[in-house]
Design a protein around this ligand. Structure first.
Ligand SMILES: Cc1ncc(COP(=O)(O)O)c(C=O)c1O
Length: 404
């Protein structure tokens, strides 16, 4: 008699990414010949720095060998130089860094290093939902502090402290933020470090959008927790080449921490998966030579896109604050159910044979029922396309609200 076979609870409960939830509907629309504008995922269209592409082209080894589990020393030295450029004192050493398979693996390693099953991570919702995916993999709960569109999704450290529970082991916050674009200032970083220190919990600071800061002098980067005194024990920084160099396919990231116990744990996790990609680290090393002017131009371009999107939304009656960082806009729509609206828009609505794919924001909240009328728009398309996206959204909202 065969025995029934079943998945683990973890396998059964693994949440699907809300960022990709409309992908199948969008694919059907594309197959039907509709021109779909994808604003649902943070896949930038900005060209990758030439030096990085050339490093791939020049790669000419006889054997594609494993790299050391914590990454090539040359790359870690290069990364330490990059971080030390952000810091006035207390330099980062290559031995504070573990190279990972994207920022994603750095998040998994960091969370795994500081939690046990039954513990929880604290997030500020709406939040980058893959944090919930890792929490599920690791048997963790999620504690959520709610930020609201009415308050421009501002993060108040006092709310974070009030949100800590008996099981909280780490606070996980991206700055600049996905999906809200909120950038934490130094006082907020210090307040969170202070909370972590008093409560004996870790601060996993996801800084993959560090360069994308707007309305600031050229070259401004979001403050890093690494630069803040008192962060040595509690801080683990998550980083990645994906967004910085418009190189999401390179799959190189890293984890940086001066806490040597946390670093050792991450190294041991790294040994279990053997090696991060070797070729991509060479490209990552070349990327570190990217001139400042590249980022100045990219930031100018994203600023123009953000402004165009915010102004365009205002022109169709939707007021949104200009977020200061990253390349996402969380938008409260004049509809009751933004998920149903977004699904309908991408599968049934067209304007001159074009439609729009966005990410419903409900799935970015931990608390059920929140974010029902919100979406996230990634401004990763050129301005001319963004203008068309606004036109499609405006027309779709009109048609939807006539039906409902
Ligand atoms: C906030 C945040 N952290 C981490 C990541 C992970 O990116 P990657 O694994 O490509 O480095 C992303 C990707 O979208 C992100 O938005």
């Amino acid at each position: 008699m065969p025995k029934p076979i079943s998945l683990s609870n973890r396998g059964r409960n693994a949440p699907a990414s809300p960022i990709r939830s409309l992908a199948a509907l969008a694919r059907t629309a594309v197959d039907a010949g509709v021109d779909v504008h994808f604003m649902n995922i943070g896949q930038p269209d900005i060209p990758t720095p030439r030096g990085m592409i050339e490093a791939y082209q020049a790669y000419d080894e006889q054997v594609l060998a494993y790299a050391p589990s914590d990454g090539y020393i040359e790359y870690r030295q290069g990364l330490a130089g990059y971080y030390n450029d952000l810091l006035d004192s207390n330099p980062v050493s290559p031995d504070d860094i573990v190279v990972t398979v994207g920022g994603s693996e750095a998040l998994l390693f960091a969370m795994a290093a500081v939690t046990d099953p039954g513990d929880s991570i604290l997030v500020c919702e709406p939040y980058y939902t893959n944090y919930a995916g890792y929490a599920n993999m690791l048997g963790l709960g999620v504690d959520a502090v709610t930020t609201t569109p009415g308050n421009s999704y501002r993060i108040d450290p006092a709310d974070i402290e009030a949100g800590i529970t008996a099981t909280t082991r780490a606070i996980v916050i991206p700055s600049p933020g996905n999906p809200t674009g909120v950038v934490l200032d130094e006082a907020q970083l210090d307040a969170i470090i202070d909370i972590c220190t008093r409560h004996g919990i870790f601060y996993i600071s996801d800084e993959v959008y560090r360069e994308f800061v707007y309305d600031a002098p050229a070259g401004t980067r979001a403050p890093s927790v690494l630069s803040r005194p008192g962060s040595e024990e509690c801080a683990i920084v998550i980083d990645s080449v994906s967004k910085r160099y418009s190189a999401c396919g390179a799959r190189v990231g890293c984890l940086v921490t001066r806490n040597q116990d946390a670093r050792r744990a991450a190294l041991h996790f790294g040994q279990a998966r053997l090696s991060p990609a070797s070729v991509d680290q060479h490209a990552g090393l070349a990327a570190l030579q990217t001139p400042r002017s590249y980022f100045d131009e990219v930031v100018e371009e994203y600023t123009r896109r953000r402004n165009m999107l915010v102004d365009g939304l205002a022109s169709i009656g939707i007021e949104v604050e200009r977020p200061r960082g990253a390349f996402y806009l969380a938008v409260a729509l004049p509809v009751e159910d933004a998920t149903a609206f977004s699904e309908w828009m991408v599968s049934e609505f067209t304007l001159e044979n074009e439609t729009l794919c966005v990410a419903p924001l409900e799935g970015f909240y931990h608390t059920p029922g929140l974010g029902r009328n919100e979406i996230r728009m990634a401004y990763v398309l050129e301005q001319e396309k963004l203008g068309r996206c606004i036109g499609i959204l405006g027309a779709a909202l009109e048609a939807w609200n006539q039906k409902h």
